[in-house]
Design a protein around this ligand. Structure first.
Ligand SMILES: C[S@@+](CC[C@H](N)C(=O)[O-])C[C@H]1O[C@@H](n2cnc3c(N)ncnc32)[C@H](O)[C@@H]1O
Length: 527
């Protein structure tokens, strides 16, 4: 979305969304948002209606702020504030300042400084910088006390997240330019910006660097588990949209599953899952095993496994991967996937719960900032990347055509997509067709499944009922029948703005499961 709305338009969006949220919080019995000590750290989960208003409001606020500070001011403040904020946040983490502020009342700067092992003036400067960021509070008499944000830092694993962000992500991010210059177009994780920032000699990737440092490994695992609480990242978006009510797997393996939070949510939602196995590096698996809740005992276990070796759990129904392959460049992701093949029974499902990057400008700035920040961190940590739909499709197709990309679903307001791949086993077979489409705002990726009896894929032709295609005359079947070709010269001015029952569509993907496919964007026609 371009910065094109007028100030009164933005003011209207801000006012109406804010009022809607205010009323909805009251209606739903959700406390009104507050930073006062004692307020909820997170006020969600929200209903889809509240979430929609939040997303629109945050985008309008971001746009309005950019317009008001102006183009040059916008760049200036970004570049001036971010290093200072990072310094403040890092100091809070390193000296555990929030943990040293009493939970039951204020403390003087002198006493707090003594507890933290800092000088009084340094403590005061960092705390006052933090207060400007709405972290901590100061009494009228000049004592420090908690607000809701500093309490979250002092009492939850948000603190581990802060450590991960300021001690792992930030130094690595600052090495991106140097590493791009030193190793142009490199996709070797041992030569990543993270490796440079950690004095690596080009022989160890991130996990190799931190795996013999238990405290860093533990922080990493706790930080990842905490990140599941961020709006848009919660496991509920995934577990509620798996569609397992009808065909629930008995055995699920969560590969690189960290502390097992996704598996735990699956076990809670689907009682028919008999066994869930979380695989991770030995240090992480040991941490996870210690934290198995009584209610999951007997159904959940942790198992050390490196995905650079052959998958050891054979014949599971589903293998889940949440935010794992984005840590690895294509050549490594290919190896990881190949290592799974000997374990897979025909029909086994692989669920990749990962980002599916949108086309430029297809999503709001605020959503896109989050997605692009993740992509940046993947580059800095491992020379890896977030992937587009095409990247995913070609990765699976390259590893083995028997990996059939069955569907890509992005639940409304979820930052992650559910990418479902089926292992066909045996020789390559024709399958059903899925049509994936994205609404004009890029927020919802809709999937339509065309069963094999309606869409037949045979050696020489692809038959799709005409009304499944938005503009049937604009497609031609290729000679070997493996792809539908889009014929741009036949594009009518209306292509891409065809309406189906639920509105206009921007992006259409045709997936032929016998040879996963292509997608077309109709951006020009939509704009
Ligand atoms: C980005 S985290 C994702 C964790 C978890 N799936 C989640 O969503 O919170 C990537 C995970 O991959 C694990 N990992 C890294 N290298 C691995 C390997 N060679 N074999 C198995 N797991 C590995 C890490 O320990 C970490 O838990």
């Amino acid at each position: 979305m371009a910065l094109s709305r007028s100030l009164p338009e933005l003011a209207h969006v801000i006012s109406s969304c804010t009022n809607r949220i205010y009323d909805a919080y009251d209606d739903e019995g959700i406390p009104q948002p507050s930073f006062d000590a004692g307020a909820d750290h997170f006020s969600g989960p929200f209903t889809p209606a509240i979430e929609t208003s939040r997303v629109k409001l945050l985008e309008a606020l971001d746009e309005l702020r950019a317009l008001i500070v102006g183009p040059a001011g916008h760049v200036f403040f970004l570049s001036f504030l971010i290093p200072a904020h990072t310094a403040t946040l890092h100091t809070l983490y390193k000296f555990e300042i929030a943990k040293h502020v009493p939970l039951d009342g204020p403390i003087s700067y002198a006493d707090l400084a003594a507890r933290c092992g800092l000088s009084e003036s340094s403590t005061q400067r960092r705390i006052r910088a933090a207060i400007s960021l709405r972290i901590f509070d100061e009494t009228p008499t000049g004592l420090v006390q908690h607000n809701a944000a500093s309490l979250a830092l002092g009492t939850t694993t948000l603190h581990d997240w802060l450590g991960m962000a300021t001690e792992e992500l930030a130094p690595a991010a600052l090495k991106i330019a140097e590493s791009t210059e030193k190793y142009p177009a490199c996709d070797d994780p041992t030569k990543s910006p993270f490796s440079l920032a950690n004095g690596g000699k080009g022989d160890k990737d991130l996990f190799g660097i931190v795996s013999d440092q238990p405290a860093r490994m533990e922080r990493f695992a706790k930080a990842m588990a905490w990140s599941m609480k961020v709006p848009g990242m919660e496991p509920r978006y995934t577990v509620d949209n798996l569609g397992w009510e009808a065909n629930c797997p008995r055995v699920v393996v969560d590969v690189g599953g960290g502390m097992g939070d996704l598996c735990k949510a699956m076990l809670d939602k689907y009682p028919s899952i008999e066994t869930a196995i979380v695989e991770d590096l030995p240090e992480v698996a040991a941490q996870g095993e210690k934290a198995v809740l009584a209610k999951h005992k007997g159904r959940l276990r942790f198992q050390p496994y490196s995905f650079f070796t052959e998958q050891s759990v054979k014949n599971a129904d589903v293998y889940v991967w949440r935010c794992v392959l984005h840590d690895w460049p294509d050549s490594y992701a290919e190896t990881i996937l190949r290592n799974q093949i000997p374990a897979l029974k025909p029909g086994a499902r692989l669920i990749f719960n990962e980002r599916c990057l949108a086309a430029p400008k297809a999503r709001d700035h605020v959503q896109e900032q989050f997605a692009r920040a993740c992509d940046t961190h993947m580059q800095s940590c491992a020379n890896a990347k977030e992937r587009t739909y095409d990247d995913w499709a070609s990765l699976f197709a390259k590893v083995d055509p028997r990996f059939k990309l069955r569907s890509v679903t992005t639940p409304l307001h979820s930052a992650l997509s559910i990418i479902e791949v089926v292992w066909m086993g045996g020789s390559s077979q024709a399958g059903d067709l899925d049509i994936h489409s994205q609404d004009p705002t890029g927020k919802a990726l809709l999937t339509e499944h065309i069963p094999i009896d309606q869409a037949s894929v045979s050696g020489a032709s692809v038959d799709v009922p005409r009304d499944y295609l938005l503009a049937p005359d604009e497609y031609e079947t290729s000679l070997d029948g493996s792809e539908l070709s889009y014929m741009p010269e036949r594009v009518s001015p209306m292509v891409g703005t065809h309406s189906k029952s639920d509105g206009e569509w921007r992006e259409v993907r045709i997936v032929d499961h016998s040879r996963v496919s292509r997608h077309w964007l109709f951006d020009d026609e939509c704009d």
